[in-house]
Design a protein around this ligand. Structure first.
Ligand SMILES: [Zn+2]
Length: 361
């Protein structure tokens, strides 16, 4: 800050300063949890509770356009640049000094901005908003993570010891390179083939279609191209699912299913993920299995296994088949009938996929 002021070259304006009692240790993780720059000109942020924010504006010069930035305590793991659109040139997430995170919005050099009118508004202990410009200057919103969603506690079964899981934040997917990867999601069964029938007549085809659509949506929002083999209740044989994936040159193929036990035993619950070949298939299966278990406390880990299912055997990219629980099991079925759990499951699968893509890509 001082350094900038000393250089008279820049007209430098510090517009806000927020202070409070909570100070994070230098080596803690970034206090910035999620952000979105909306098309109506509003920047929204979600941070750790009671975070100190410092925001600045600097007018354009020969090198940069107008820049607005916010410093957060806690160190950013992966500095990155996200391309802008419309009025915004780019958005950068950086590490200006050790133990800090900086979010920079750089504008194109047109001077539409009126920073003296800007006001940062605290919506909550962990949420902020500021209107930076009028609408229509940004064509498409840009952001990472979910800002609006409150931290949700998972406590489906209080008898299990899930302290860590209950405090997990389900609202943020990790960053992944934009528009680099393409994924095919295959909702099992469909049309005249309902798949497993569970407690209360719950049908596998319905459950996995909803989960698959949510996975596609989450991935798309995160900049990963995602396609479904079926979007509704159609009769789709296995070979077309495979040729669809092979023809679209997908990086990975994920088939989503739900289980039924022989004799519809209510005491059999659990999650499992199959792959057919290769260390990549196995890694993808492991990443997904780990995440789906986290949202299903108490449901047994039936493991990552090799399986000879047609769709994972004949697709040419790393491919897995996920079983997201037993529709016939008391514990799993009670959850899978709820939209909230299907959302958590979709989030978990998307997270496993992104973790895999970030590692391998
Ligand atoms: Zn199935």
């Amino acid at each position: 800050m001082i350094r900038f002021l000393d250089k008279k070259l820049f007209r430098y304006l510090s517009i806000f300063l927020f202070l409070n009692s909570s100070i994070l240790p230098v080596n803690s993780s970034s206090a910035l949890a999620a952000w979105v720059m909306k098309t109506n000109g509003v920047l929204e942020l979600r941070t750790k509770s009671n975070t100190n924010l410092k925001a600045y504006f600097q007018k354009a010069n020969q090198i940069y356009g107008d820049r607005f930035w916010i410093d957060f305590p806690g160190e950013l793991k992966n500095p990155r640049t996200i391309n802008g659109n419309g009025l915004i040139k780019e958005i950068r997430l950086g590490k200006p000094t050790k133990g800090k995170t900086r979010l920079v919005i750089e504008f194109k050099k047109e001077g539409y901005l009126r920073p003296l009118t800007w006001r940062m508004i605290g919506l909550d202990k962990n949420r902020w908003r500021i209107k930076l410009f009028s609408s229509k200057l940004l064509l498409k919103s840009i952001g990472e993570g979910v800002v609006e969603k409150r931290i949700r506690n998972i406590s489906a079964n209080k008898n299990f010891n899930n302290k860590e899981k209950r405090t997990q934040d389900f609202s943020q997917l990790p960053y992944v390179k934009q528009n680099k990867f393409s994924v095919v999601i295959d909702p099992g069964h469909g049309g005249p083939d309902p798949g497993a029938i569970g407690i209360g007549g719950m049908r596998e085809t319905d459950v996995v279609l909803e989960v698959s659509k949510l996975v596609k949506k989450l991935l798309s929002e995160r900049g990963v191209k995602a396609k479904l083999t079926r979007k509704n209740e159609v009769d789709l044989d296995l070979p077309p699912r495979v040729s669809f994936a092979n023809n679209t040159d997908a990086d990975i193929f994920v088939s989503i299913h739900a289980n039924a036990s022989r004799g519809k035993r209510r005491d059999i619950n659990g999650l499992e993920t199959f792959y057919y070949r290769g260390p990549r298939g196995r890694l993808l299966a492991k990443k997904i299995q780990k995440q789906i278990l986290r949202v299903s406390p108490g449901s047994p880990d039936r493991g990552v296994k090799q399986g000879r299912f047609y769709v994972i055997k004949n697709t040419k990219m790393p491919a897995v088949l996920v079983e997201i629980g037993f529709l016939t099991g008391r514990l799993d079925a009670r959850r899978l009938e709820k939209t909230a759990h299907r959302k958590r499951m979709a989030y978990a699968i998307a997270k496993g996929i992104i973790e895999y893509l970030s590692k391998v890509g």
